[in-house]
Design a protein around this ligand. Sequence first.
Ligand SMILES: [Zn+2]
Length: 337
Amino acid sequence: MNDLNTMAYGLKNGNVVFIDDVERGLECESICLSCEGALIAKKGDVKVHHFAHHNGDGDSCNESVLHRLSKQIIEWECLISTPTYEVSVEAYDISDQVHKKSHIEESKVLSVDSVSLELASIGFIPDVTCNESGKKLYIEIVVSNDVSEEKLEKVKLDGTPMLVIDMSDFSAMDTLDTLKQGVIYDAPRYWAYHPDHEAMKANLKNDLRFEVSILDEKIISAVSSKLGLVSKSELLKPKTNSELIVLGYNSAYGYSKKNNRDFDFSTLLVAKPIQSTGSSNYTIRSCGGYELTQIAFNEGLIPELAKLRFPCLLDLEVSGSFLGGRVQSIVTNFKIV
Ligand SMILES: [Zn+2]
């Protein structure tokens, strides 16, 4: 049933009535919960039984009736299932790995002491105001529109938690049991405002920062000892590589389907003299000329690189940097020779 002016509920002698509980036709003696226009009970053999407006009006009454009934149900039942509440923060360690920390309060069914509908508050009227052991809780029922920013600002000033229940998947043609189940338990809901949020977030952030700083020290000492260095400053100290032939540069980012992750790189192509020094198990018999090597560069250098004519001779300032848990050389500056 999609007609916007039909519904299964009416108001008779001040009480909400279901279509099954009234006489047929105008004998139902009911009015619309929203516009208060006279209703006619259509209880034929073909269509699903419903109320229609006697005068044919009430095009948007279904939504208002659903909204009103939803509030009424909370008042009748004094029960509400709260949404899961989650605060998450993240921080990066020195090797660029992300770390997360969250605080989660599971959803629970609140039995509230009292419920008031449309009670005027500070600058706005929440749909439902609940009292639970002396604490206030606002509930907004949304059917077609979300809660406005203006209203949210007022709730924040007031400092009272507010949860929003989205009843847009329901209709005033649903049975009362369906609507009860929806409002109290099943309909999507979220915290529009939770007064502990900022403090909770700040605490989590502090804890995470402390944990990451300890981790950073561990990474630094692990990498330093592996490379036989004594300190972080020595590890990351810039070095100048003089008079290198730079052939070009390339900076790109995107998404790799193969590796299933984002990539982002900035690389200089450098021709450097082939190393003529060997090692204990590696003896150079003879060598000459240049070999091609790639060095990452800081993307802040792109505007300056874009002005160069390649190939060219450059002095490169290279620093150590932690990337993906490893120390990598990165060009942080250059001078034209
Ligand atoms: Zn109406």
